[in-house]
Design a protein around this ligand. Structure first.
Ligand SMILES: Cc1cc2nc3c(=O)[nH]c(=O)nc-3n(C[C@H](O)[C@H](O)[C@H](O)COP(=O)(O)O)c2cc1C
Length: 302
C-alpha cells in the first residue's frame, strides 16, 4: 500500500532514516531497519576519522533541535566493517551511503568505496552548516555542486543523490546544477543555520556557536524547498525536515517528494516513529479513499 520506487530502487514505504541519527554503527542501523525504515542513510563519512566538535553539540529549542556535531565519523576505511555487518545480517536492506569531502576527487573516491561496500545509492553531503571546509561551505556554489556531482557520476554506477542546503539565496540554482551534472536525485533539506544563547551566562550554548536547526520548526522551509525544486527540476526528491507524523509525509509528497527522510523525529517519538507514521499514512489513505500514487506533486496542480 505504501510502496514507492526511487531511481529503480523498490522501497516498501517512502520512510527513509535521514543521515546522522543512529547510523554510524551496524547495530543501530539494523535497529532502524527493524523499526520499519525502508532504507537507512548512513552518517556522513569522510576520508579520515574525525572527532567532531567539543561538547555541547546539541541543544533543544522551541519546536526543534540545534546541533553542531561537526561531522564526527570513523572514516571510510573503518566504516567498511559496519557496512559488512549490516549487509550480512540484513541481506536485502537498502543502505544509502552518505559521504562528505572538500574536493570533487575525494567525493568520488568515497562514493566509489560506498558502492564497493554494497550501498544501494550514495548521498553527497554538500550541506552541513557547521564543519569548516566541508558541507555547505562547498555546497553553496552551483559551480562546485556541478563539478562534484559530475566527478562522482563518472566514477559510480549506483544512483547519486545530492543533499542540498537551504541556507542559500536560491536552492533551485543548486538543484539545476545537480540536474545538469546528471545527478539521479536530490535530498532537501539539511539543517537551517541557527543559534542559542544562555541568558544566565550569556554564552552561546553550542561549542561551535552557530549550528543547524532541525525538527518541526523547519518543516515549512523543507516543504517550500521541495516545492520550488520540483517546479523547476525533473529529478526525484527525498524530502527531509521536521517530519514527525503521517500528515507531514503526505505534505512533503504533495509538494512533490518521491520519498522522505526522518531524522529528529526519532528524538521526539523514538524508533517506533517509523511504524507509527506508516499506520498514520495508511489511515489517511483509507479515510480519503486515495492511494500514495495519487498525492505525489498534487499541490502543483491546485
Ligand atoms: C544530530 C544530527 C546529526 C546530523 N548529521 C548529519 C550528517 O552527518 N549528514 C547529513 O547529511 N545530515 C545530517 N543531519 C541532518 C539531517 O539528516 C536532516 O537533514 C535534518 O536534521 C532535517 O531533518 P529532521 O528535521 O527530520 O531532523 C543531522 C541532523 C542531526 C539532528
Amino acid at each position: 500500500m505504501l510502496g514507492v520506487e526511487l531511481c529503480g530502487i523498490k522501497l516498501d514505504s517512502p520512510l527513509i532514516s535521514a543521515s546522522g541519527i543512529l547510523d554510524e554503527h551496524a547495530e543501530s542501523m539494523i535497529r532502524l531497519l527493524d523499526a520499519g525504515a525502508s532504507a537507512v542513510t548512513t552518517k556522513s563519512i569522510g576520508n579520515l576519522e574525525r572527532k567532531g566538535n567539543e561538547n555541547p553539540v546539541i541543544a533543544e529549542v522551541a519546536c526543534g533541535l540545534l546541533n553542531g556535531m561537526g561531522l564526527p565519523n570513523p572514516g571510510i576505511e573503518r566504516f567498511a566493517g559496519e557496512m559488512e555487518i549490516v549487509k550480512r545480517k540484513r541481506a536485502n536492506s537498502v543502505i544509502i551511503g552518505s559521504v562528505f569531502a572538500s574536493s570533487a576527487e575525494d567525493f568520488a573516491i568515497l562514493a566509489k568505496r560506498m558502492e564497493s561496500y554494497g550501498a544501494s545509492a550514495v548521498e553527497l553531503n554538500l550541506s552541513c552548516p557547521h564543519a569548516k571546509g566541508f558541507g555547505a561551505e562547498v555546497g553553496s556554489d552551483p559551480q562546485a555542486v556541478f563539478d562534484i556531482t559530475k566527478e562522482v557520476k563518472k566514477k559510480v554506477n549506483i544512483p547519486v543523490f545530492v543533499k542540498l542546503t537551504p541556507n542559500v539565496r536560491s536552492i533551485v540554482d543548486l538543484a539545476k546544477a545537480c540536474e545538469e551534472a546528471n545527478a539521479d536525485g536530490i535530498t532537501a533539506i539539511n539543517t537551517v543555520r541557527g543559534m542559542k544563547i544562555d541568558v544566565e551566562s550569556f554564552h552561546p550554548v553550542l561549542s561551535c556557536r552557530i549550528g543547524g536547526l532541525s525538527g518541526p520548526a523547519i518543516k515549512p522551509i523543507g516543504i517550500r524547498c521541495v516545492y520550488e525544486i520540483v517546479e523547476e527540476v525533473d529529478l526525484p526528491v527525498i524530502g527531509v525536515g521536521g517530519i514527525v507524523d503521517g500528515k507531514d509525509v503526505i505534505e512533503y509528497m504533495a509538494a512533490g517528494a518521491s520519498a522522505v527522510g526522518i531524522g529528529s523525529g526519532v528524538y521526539y517519538r523514538g524508533l517506533e516513529i517509523f511504524g507509527l507514521v506508516r499506520r498514520e499514512m495508511e489511515e489517511f489513505f483509507r479515510e480519503k479513499k486515495i492511494g500514495i500514487e495519487d498525492i505525489k506533486g498534487i499541490a502543483h496542480r491546485r
